[in-house]
Ligand binder design. Sequence first.
Ligand SMILES: Nc1ncnc2c1ncn2[C@@H]1O[C@H](COP(=O)(O)OP(=O)(O)OP(=O)(O)O)[C@@H](O)[C@H]1O
Length: 268
Amino acid sequence: MSDTETSAPVSAEENGAADMMDVNAGPAVEMRGVNKWFGEFHVLRDINLNVRRGERIVVCGPSGSGKSTMIRCINRLEEHQKGDIIVDGIELTNDLKKIDEIRREVGMVFQHFNLFPHLTILENCTLAPIWVRKMPKREAEEAAMHYLERVKIPEQANKYPGQLSGGQQQRVAIARALCMNPRIMLFDEPTSALDPEMIKEVLDVMVDLAKSGMTMLVVTHEMGFARQVANRVIFMDAGQIVEQNEPEQFFTNPQHDRTKLFLSQILH
Ligand SMILES: Nc1ncnc2c1ncn2[C@@H]1O[C@H](COP(=O)(O)OP(=O)(O)OP(=O)(O)O)[C@@H](O)[C@H]1O
């Protein structure tokens, strides 16, 4: 179990809140009949997905199939129009308090690291813990150094993002997300903007995170990573989940023609 998931299960009785769900009992993420449109364009079509706690899911599929949109709906970077999304026991609605709550539970790493260029690495990592979690500065810095050590770049703490390589910046982005102590991590093509020699250093950090028990949803074309760490691979096409299976079955025995075609294009 990871140090991000060490909190004891909180029951409704312990909380004294009779109507509160035991968030550790249900799935980490539940999507039921989720649909989304961009204008006329139906981008997500009846998505049903349960993510168990500690599960590591890789999402793959052709460009434009809705992978990013699907995971961005989980922390409300995109708004769905139909269906239910429940994250860590909290149902996503327009309630801003709930959206804030969910964003604290869900960390996200993007393709383009999105670090603040005018802040040092340490300041990038402590910004949200100090301002959103109201953590004392010293505590936030200690936590940030802990995670920078975990992604193996503590010596870069006082540099600026522009002084780091792409792979190092992405590792900072992962550390920064972990500083918020998330229970779920979303990765949206975290290695696709990196030079080939830097991909492995970022994947190694993600493998380490997966081993620690973090619940992860990862949009990636890195099928080696999927084989190594995923419990489940999901294939999306045209806004639908076409097929999902554990990696061995998914890669050796795909069921749908669209999956077979996709795999034949990306696996050599
Ligand atoms: N804000 C937006 N407004 C309108 N259309 C959008 C918007 N964001 C995405 N789309 C469209 O929705 C479709 C799905 O996009 P999405 O980024 O989810 O796909 P994807 O599977 O992640 O693709 P890729 O692998 O290329 O990143 C694409 O056709 C895209 O052009």
